[in-house]
Write a protein that binds this ligand. Structure first.
Ligand code: ASP
Length: 426
């Protein structure tokens, strides 16, 4: 394929700007309506929804179609190249500890800033709030559901936790079987190479995909940013930004040679994709590319990122903390210390159980509200602007995954387990 001279990351940023500007021009009764559709049934927003959004959907569907094979094959080939079950466990445990610690910090940041502003929150009339809660799962159920009873169903339904469990079993079995599994391992490696090429082809279309995904969302939700919910949206975004700047920057600078500036520049294309698609899973292919470019070890990145896209949701955790405090304030309920501790514990579990797809975090918010005894109906207060929260929380979710992959890559290299990576200790 002929390489264009403009780097993909710049094209993606251009896509972001075009998407936002086009969206703003197309809001109801906006400039395009006034000039072109003043006397017609058609509106600019309808035009975006009917003709532009489907193109964005094609792009998102293509990303989703490649995600299951990429996760399955890349985790297995990551395990094969680590070639030692103990090493996989040690990386796995370090990854999970990293994910849990950052989620905990995210929740603390979310709770603190929400508490600081809580007196300004009681702005909405709760009498009309009515939300039908979907049944939520407790922790044991989340864990039990990770184990598949069928090898194909998880792949057909894109149940990522189950796909990861299948990949772990196959990877470990290949290592144990040794030479006898060589042919099978070769098939996996070669399949992995093929799907990485497919992913590369799809990612080339991301600038167009981003314009088509983002513009209808901005046109539809843009005016809502100015609603009475502006404060709570602003506070959630403040939490997202603080967490990325404080937590991820310090972890990346402590564990790796990458500076925070290089980190955010390197991850920017994936952040734009996450913002436009509100899907960690859909952003996974691009996140893998960006993280490898920043020096993440291929075998570690292939293992840590799919896991993160499924269980590590720091942005979702911040959103849950902020919205819980907000909903409590709207109902005039003062949260006790015990309730706040419950928010932190349940929101950690909830963020693990949240799927990396648009809107999944709202369902889990119901679980947090129930755990602290708040009215689940309160979700109706934030539901109308969920997409705006979701775009930001997805950016945080994928950025945390990438930071973890870089840190784990470097800690392994500095232990001398992996060779060839620039490490802090060299
Ligand atoms: N959309 C988020 C993600 O994909 C999940 C959520 O709704 O919080 O990471």
């Amino acid at each position: 394929m002929k390489k264009s001279r403009i780097p993909l990351s710049i094209k993606i940023l251009i896509g972001l700007v075009i998407g936002i500007v086009l969206g703003l021009l197309c809001i109801n009764n906006g400039p395009i309506d006034k000039v072109f559709f003043s006397n017609s049934e058609m509106t600019a927003l309808k035009m975006l929804q009917e003709y532009i959004k489907p193109i964005g959907d094609i792009f998102l569907n293509l990303l989703k179609f490649v995600v299951v094979p990429i996760v399955l094959l890349s985790i297995i080939s990551g395990i094969i190249s680590l070639s030692d079950i103990k090493k996989v466990w040690s990386i796995g445990i370090r990854t999970i500890v990293f994910y849990l610690c950052t989620t905990f910090i995210a929740l603390v940041i979310g709770v603190i800033i929400a508490m600081l502003f809580k007196n300004k929150f009681a702005v909405l009339d709760v009498s009309e709030a009515a939300y039908k809660a979907v049944e939520t799962k407790n922790f044991i159920k989340v864990v039990a559901d990770m184990f598949p009873s069928n090898i194909l169903a998880p792949m057909l339904n894109a149940s990522m936790l189950q796909v990861i469990v299948i990949a772990l079993f196959i990877g470990f079995a290949i290592i144990i079987a040794g030479d006898k599994a060589k042919a099978f391992a070769d098939v996996i490696e070669s399949g992995n190479a093929v799907f990485i090429e497919i992913m590369d082809m799809i990612i080339h279309f991301s600038p167009i995909g981003i314009v088509c995904l983002l513009s209808p969302v901005i046109a539809e939700n843009g005016p809502k940013v100015l609603s009475s919910l502006a404060l709570v949206i602003g506070i959630a975004y403040l939490g997202y930004i603080l967490h990325m700047i404080i937590t991820y920057s310090s972890m990346v600078s402590f564990f790796t040679k990458v500076t925070p500036f290089e980190f955010f520049r390197g991850i920017a294309p994936a952040m734009v994709m996450a913002f436009s698609s509100a899907s960690s899973v859909g952003t996974l292919p691009l996140n893998i590319e960006c993280t490898k470019k920043m020096g993440g070890r291929s075998d570690i990145v292939s293992f840590v990122l799919p896991l993160g896209a499924t269980i590590n949701m720091d942005g979702t955790a911040i959103y849950q903390a902020v919205c819980t405090v907000f909903i409590a304030s709207c109902y005039g309920i003062e949260l006790t210390f015990a309730q706040i501790a419950t928010v932190i514990v349940t929101a950690t579990v909830a963020s693990i159980g949240t799927a990396g797809v648009p809107g999944a975090g709202v369902v889990m918010l119901a679980m947090v509200l129930q755990a602290v005894g708040l009215p689940v109906d309160g979700i109706a207060l934030v539901l109308g602007v969920d997409r705006i929260f979701d775009m930001g929380r997805t950016v945080v979710n994928i950025t945390g995954d990438s930071a973890c992959a870089l840190c784990v890559s470097n800690t392994e290299a500095s232990k001398g387990v992996l060779k060839g990576l620039k490490t802090k200790n060299k």
